[in-house]
Design a protein around this ligand. Structure first.
Ligand SMILES: *Cc1c(COP(=O)(O)O)cnc(C)c1O
Length: 428
C-alpha cells in the first residue's frame, strides 16, 4: 500500500511508514494512492465481522503484511460487537460503544496498536506519548495495555477530566503510565510537543505518537460501516442514509471511504454541535472556523476539524459533489430535548448520538432508511445524562470495575525536565 501526503504529493510512504509517522512533512495527512476493489459486496456482507474486516483491511494494506497477520491483528483488535438496534420504524442505531472504554475510539485505537506492533522493529524501544482530555487517552491506554515491549505515557490536566474518565485509564499499571500534570490540557500538549522536538530524547526512548489522524485508525473504522449494513434487513439496504456525529471528522471520512469501496449508502449527514465550521462551509462555501465553544457533547468541541482535507480529496477523486452531503448543527438545548424524546421512545442515548439522531430524523425522506452512529455509552456522560433525564443510570461492568480501583497516576508539574525523567524511567 502506498500513501501520499496531501500537502506534498511527492512524499509517498508505505503503510508501515504512515503508521509509524502519523503525519507527513509540513503536517500533511496521508491518503491512500489507490482505493482497493473489493469485488462482490453482497458476498462480503454475508461474512462474519472479523473475516470481512480482515478482507477489507488486507485489500488496503496489500503485500506489506501477510493476510494471516492481518486476520490475527483484526481478531485481537475487534473483540467486541458493533450491534445495530432498531429505535423505531426505519431508524436504526449503530452502537459503537461495546469496547473496553465504551466509545468508538476503541476500534481505531486497538487496530492502531496492532498495526504499530506489526510494523515496528522489536529490538528498538518504543514509547507512545500522548496528551488527553479524556476519551482518546482511555482508548489508547487500553489498546496498548499488556503489549510489554511498548511503553505508554499519557499526560492529562490534573483535576480537569471527569473522575470516571480518570479511573477508566489511570488504574491499569503495567506498561501504561499516566501523569496528572499541574496545568491545563494545552500545557500537556505543549509538553508533548517539546518532547517530540527533542531529537536526542526521541531517539533515546523511541518516541512515537498515537495520534488521532493515524491512517490505521480510519481504516479500522471503515469496517463497522460494512458490519452495520450487514445487519439491516435486505429490503432496507438500498436507500440508506447515515448520520455521523462529528468533531474531527474521522468517522465521516471512514464512512465515505466505505462508500467508495462499494458499500451501498445513499447519503451521509455530517452532524455537529454549535461548533459548526463544516455545516456553515457546506452551506455557503466559506471556511471560517470560530473559537471553540464548550458544549455537553464535548468530544465534538472542535472548530478546526483535522480530517476535513481527506474528505475533500476523496470527493474530488470520486467525482462526488460536496453538495451531496447532508449537514446540520444542534444546540445544547435541542440536544437535551432530543435525549428526552429518545428516552420516551424507549432508547437511552447520550449527547453525541442524540445530535445525529435529531438531524437524521429531521432530514429523512419517505422510503429512506435511517441510521445514526452512537459513538459512546450513555454512562460515559453520566453526569449530563442523569441531569437531563432525571435518572441515575447504571455503570456498565468495565466502568464499575475501574471505578472501584485505585488511581496509579504520577503527579508532576508543568515542567519538561520532570516529564523527561518519567519518559526515561519507564524505559529502564
Ligand atoms: C471522538 C468522538 C466523536 C467525534 O468523532 P470524529 O471522528 O472526531 O468526528 C464523537 N463522539 C464521541 C463520543 C467521541 O469520543
Amino acid at each position: 500500500m502506498k500513501l501520499y501526503n496531501l500537502k506534498e504529493h511527492q512524499e509517498q510512504v508505505s503503510f508501515g511508514q504512515a503508521v509509524r509517522q502519523g503525519l507527513g512533512r509540513n503536517q500533511g495527512l496521508f491518503f491512500p494512492s489507490e482505493l482497493p476493489e473489493l469485488g462482490d459486496v453482497d458476498a462480503l456482507l454475508d461474512m462474519d465481522f472479523v473475516s470481512r474486516s480482515s478482507k477489507i483491511l488486507s485489500a488496503f494494506i496489500g503485500e506489506e503484511l501477510a493476510a494471516d497477520t492481518v486476520t490475527q491483528m483484526v481478531s485481537s483488535a475487534f473483540q467486541f460487537p458493533a450491534p445495530v438496534a432498531k429505535v423505531k420504524d426505519g431508524v436504526y442505531a449503530l452502537e459503537l460503544f461495546h469496547g473496553p472504554t465504551l466509545a468508538f475510539k476503541d476500534f481505531g485505537g486497538r487496530f492502531m496498536a496492532q498495526s504499530l506492533a506489526a510494523v515496528t522493529d522489536h529490538d528498538g524501544k518504543i514509547t507512545i506519548l500522548t496528551a488527553t482530555s479524556g476519551d482518546t487517552g482511555a482508548a489508547v491506554a487500553h489498546a496498548f495495555y499488556g503489549m510489554d515491549n511498548i511503553k505508554v505515557v499519557i499526560l492529562y490536566p490534573k483535576g480537569k477530566i471527569s473522575p470516571l474518565q480518570e479511573k477508566l485509564f489511570c488504574t491499569l499499571g503495567g506498561n501504561i503510565s499516566t501523569v496528572a500534570v499541574n496545568g491545563t490540557f494545552d500545557d500537556c500538549q505543549a509538553l508533548v510537543k517539546q518532547a517530540f522536538d527533542d531529537e536526542a530524547l526521541r531517539q533515546d526512548v523511541g518516541l512515537n505518537s498515537a495520534n488521532s489522524i493515524n491512517i490505521s485508525r480510519l481504516m479500522a473504522q471503515i469496517c463497522y460501516y460494512f458490519e452495520a449494513v450487514s445487519q439491516l434487513p435486505k429490503a432496507e439496504r438500498d436507500s440508506l442514509v447515515i448520520a455521523v456525529p462529528s468533531g474531527n471528522f474521522g468517522n465521516l471520512t471512514a464512512g465515505l471511504l466505505a462508500k467508495s469501496l462499494g458499500l451501498p449508502v445513499k447519503r451521509f449527514i455530517a452532524a455537529t454541535n454549535v461548533n459548526d465550521t463544516v455545516p456553515r462551509y457546506l452551506q455557503n462555501g466559506q471556511w471560517a472556523p470560530e473559537p471553540t465553544v464548550p458544549t455537553i457533547s464535548n468530544a465534538m468541541d472542535v472548530s478546526q476539524p483535522n480530517n476535513w482535507p481527506r474528505i475533500e480529496e476523496l470527493c474530488k477523486l470520486k467525482g462526488w459533489g460536496l453538495g451531496e452531503l447532508g449537514y446540520g448543527a444542534v444546540t445544547d438545548e435541542q440536544t437535551a430535548e432530543t435525549l428526552r424524546q429518545m428516552d420516551a421512545e424507549g432508547y437511552l442515548c447520550e449527547p453525541h448520538g442524540a445530535i445525529a439522531y435529531r438531524i437524521l430524523t429531521e432530514q429523512l425522506e419517505d422510503g429512506e432508511t435511517g441510521m445514526f452512529l452512537c459513538t459512546a455509552h450513555p454512562a460515559k456522560f453520566k453526569e449530563v445524562v442523569d441531569e437531563i433525564l432525571e435518572k441515575d443510570i447504571d455503570l456498565p461492568a468495565p466502568l464499575a470495575k475501574h471505578n472501584a480501583m485505585d488511581l496509579l497516576s504520577l503527579e508532576r508539574d508543568n515542567d519538561f525536565e520532570q516529564l523527561k525523567a518519567v519518559l526515561k524511567s519507564v524505559q529502564d
